[in-house]
Design a protein around this ligand. Structure first.
Ligand code: F6R
Length: 628
């Protein structure tokens, strides 16, 4: 059996914060962790240095548990601190497995995001040297190695970190403090996110800029295999060999308010409401006055775009469904074949990609390990790569030949909403750009689609104006054991996404199907009262799609299904076939996913609320999945 005989491993995928400056480190670190809790919420911990002492508090469960502990067992004042919020894939989240981990001699504390793949050998080495390990984690190994490397590094924590990292295999962000260097925080990065926030008289480290955007919007991207040594006044970055390297500075273009709930009870509700703006922002500046797509920012080479003979989209979850929607449009506009592949499957099937392929990696976080690994495989095969991403400075865009950012702003709720819409927008822009460069559409055709896209923010707004019917329906159906979703054409990925939202938020069996596929098996699932949500194509566009879905509705209704139709204004006929009709604005076929998904997001959110679930942080999930 794989892994037999190995100690049980905890593979964290976590949020990390580090601070050194003049202010109370603990306050800053805990506030940062709150912003990063979306990355994991199985346990949390902090370490500060005060009067030459290293003090640690950590607790299993959500950050609130740690805060309670800090209330009953306060920490002393300190201007240097680190903090961690954890998501584990193996083993129970316990107090002892929570980070920070401290070396046996009590000198250094370490927090970690990622996997130390050779930790088992390192652990054996440490135990044979007489070190007693007190947790099941791979991280603790690093704490002991780092402490052991300090004397041979003349007490230089950054050098000890470099020495330690050279021995590590796997993916990791590590952040450490040393009680003998009270004004220093050191971190290392390989294949795992880490950004530096540059302040005045203070500096920050975090997995995501959201942790420090309250304090500074000036940041530095760290490259692969780099170590950063940070004091209140300086940031020095080296590679693992000790060569000083230049970091790329960037400015965070969203503010604190964007990462707060802004008056909403839930981040998810706020993010659903932000969708019109997110769509508008993602279009802005990308359409010239003479109605041409301008994507100069991406550095997409027109010659390459002319030479490619296929497009491959790699992505996971919601991002993959956005890719599936885009496939219909890009194939239609460019006549190029578009494959959409789940990133986690891509490199294991020996995909046919090469210099003639444009591989588009879609990722909100830019850190999803499955997508990153698929991207690297595509690059190794010589493919041209483009990232569609929402997180500036993250790994996937950094490693792609070109990048088109979505401007959704920070997405904090674990369930993706506004990212989905903006990913579709960005992929559509890429499709239209390809069509423009390759001459597969006339200028006026492109102009008409651009007009449709420009109309979308106000159409999404219209959906948001009337959410009560769908919320009421969600409450009514919250006792259902299962909900099925049907769609055709671009409505099919919408059905998949609607089902995914319901699974992750309401913990309910939900499945999306291509409506025509139902009769090939899944229709056996239909029994009296099973809710079936149907995304109804416009009767105006390709009427055949509408006719076919009406037949599919009749098939399930005849078997007792309770049909909820998501149908456009003016489609009066549908009322004859459905038990409930949720109205969306009439838009062209390819635009329909942008409005049709919105009631499904609200449906899932309301259903979760009705069942008393934590909408922003559903169980077992994390926002940024940095393990494969
Ligand atoms: C679902 C959801 C996930 C993500 C997926 C990819 O609501 O959020 O399915 O879409 O984990 O994440 P990114 O886009 O960050 O690569």
């Amino acid at each position: 059996m794989a892994g037999e005989g190995r100690p049980r491993t905890l593979f964290p995928m976590c949020g990390i914060v580090g601070y050194v400056g003049q202010k109370q480190a603990l306050e800053i670190v805990v506030a940062g962790l709150r912003r990063l809790e979306y990355r994991g919420y199985d346990s949390a911990g902090v370490a500060v240095i005060s009067d030459g002492e290293l003090i640690v508090r950590k607790k299993a469960g959500k950050l609130a548990n740690l805060e309670t502990l800090l209330g009953s067992d306060p920490m002393p004042d300190s201007t240097t601190g680190i903090g961690h919020t954890r998501w584990a894939t193996h083993g129970g989240p316990t107090d002892s497995n929570a980070h920070p981990h401290v070396s046996e001699n009590g000198q250094v504390a370490v927090i970690h995001n990622g996997i130390i793949e050779n930790f088992s050998e390192l652990r054996d080495e440490l135990t044979s040297a007489g070190v007693t390990l007190t947790s099941e984690t791979d991280t603790e190994v690093v704490a002991h190695l780092l402490a052991a490397a300090l004397p041979e590094s003349d007490g230089d924590l950054a050098e000890a970190m470099r020495r330690t990292c050279r021995r590590l295999e796997g993916a990791f962000t590590l952040v450490a403090v040393d009680r003998r260097n009270p004004d220093l925080v050191v971190a290392a990065r390989r294949n795992s996110p880490l950004v530096v926030g540059v302040g005045v008289g203070e500096n920050f480290l975090a997995s995501d800029v959201a942790a420090f955007v309250d304090h500074t919007r000036d940041a530095l991207e760290l490259g692969q295999d780099q170590v950063v040594a940070m004091t209140a006044a300086s940031v020095v970055i080296t590679d693992f060999a000790g060569e000083v390297v230049e970091a790329t500075p960037f400015h965070v273009d969203w503010d604190t308010a964007a990462a707060e709930k802004g008056g909403y009870d839930l981040f998810m509700l706020k993010e659903i409401a932000e969708q019109p703006k997110a769509v508008a922002d993602s279009l802005r500046g990308r359409i010239s006055k003479d109605h041409r797509i301008q994507l100069d920012e991406t550095h997409l080479d027109e010659g390459i775009l002319r030479s490619i003979n296929k497009v491959v989209v790699i992505a996971c979850g919601t991002a993959a469904y956005a890719g599936m929607v885009a496939k219909y449009a890009i194939e239609h506009w460019t006549r190029l074949p578009v494959e959409v592949e789940l990133a986690s499957e891509f490199r294991y099937r020996d995909p046919i990609v090469g210099p003639d392929s444009l591989v588009i990696a879609i990722s909100q976080s830019g850190e999803t390990m499955d997508t990153l690994m698929a991207l690297r495989h595509a690059k190794s095969q010589g493919a041209r790569t483009l990232a569609i991403c929402n997180t500036v400075g993250s790994t996937i865009p950094r490693e792609s030949d070109a990048v088109l950012y979505t401007y959704a702003g920070p997405e904090i709720a674990v369930a993706s909403t506004k990212a989905f819409l903006t990913q579709i927008i960005a992929a559509y822009l890429v499709g239209l750009y390809l069509a423009q460069v390759r001459g597969t559409m006339f200028e006026d055709e492109i102009r008409a689609v651009l007009q449709d896209l420009n109309d979308m923010p106000s159409k999404v707004d219209l959906v948001l104006d009337t959410t009560e019917p769908v919320r009421e329906l969600a409450r009514e159906l919250s006792g259902s054991a299962s909900v099925l979703f049907l769609g055709r054409h671009v409505g099919y990925p919408v059905a998949l996404e609607g089902a995914l939202k319901l699974k992750e938020l309401a913990y309910m069996h939900a499945e999306g199907f291509a409506a025509g596929e139902l009769k090939h098996g899944p229709i056996a699932l239909i029994e009296e009262g099973v809710p079936v949500v149907v995304i109804v194509p416009s009767p105006r566009g390709r009427a055949v799609l509408h006719d076919k879905i009406v037949s599919n509705i009749q098939e399930v209704r005849a078997r007792g299904a309770l049909v909820v139709a998501i149908a456009e204004e003016g489609d009066e006929m549908i009322a004859n076939y459905a038990d409930h009709v949720i109205r969306i604005p009439a838009v062209p076929t390819l635009m329909q996913p942008l409005v049709a998904i919105v009631p499904l997001q609200i449906f899932a959110c309301e259903m979760a609320l009705a069942k008393g679930h934590d909408v922003d942080q559903p169980r077992n999930l994390a926002k940024s999945v940095t393990v494969e």
